[in-house]
Design a protein around this ligand. Sequence first.
Ligand SMILES: [Zn+2]
Length: 96
Amino acid sequence: MSSNVAQSYPYTTETESERALKIEALTLQFDGLRDRIAAESEPVAYDDPEEPGRPNRMWVFVCPKHVSGRLHVAGYARERHALFAVCDEGGETYLR
Ligand SMILES: [Zn+2]
């Protein structure tokens, strides 16, 4: 698979609902992405439940390949202690 540990840095954060919507949209946009995420990562989980007005947030990273691409976390990598992230421009995946 094309996943590699990316030299990318945090750009911003997004709420859990923003993240879930973005990943859902990306899996519809890029063929095979849903299968790749399922095969290579565990679903995102948070230590604390969401509270009203205080949603859980996840990092968004800058894509090392696409200037305007952002990496959204799709899950936790199965093989390594890393985040499994998807570029919203090219659909490629990274371990962070
Ligand atoms: Zn990219």
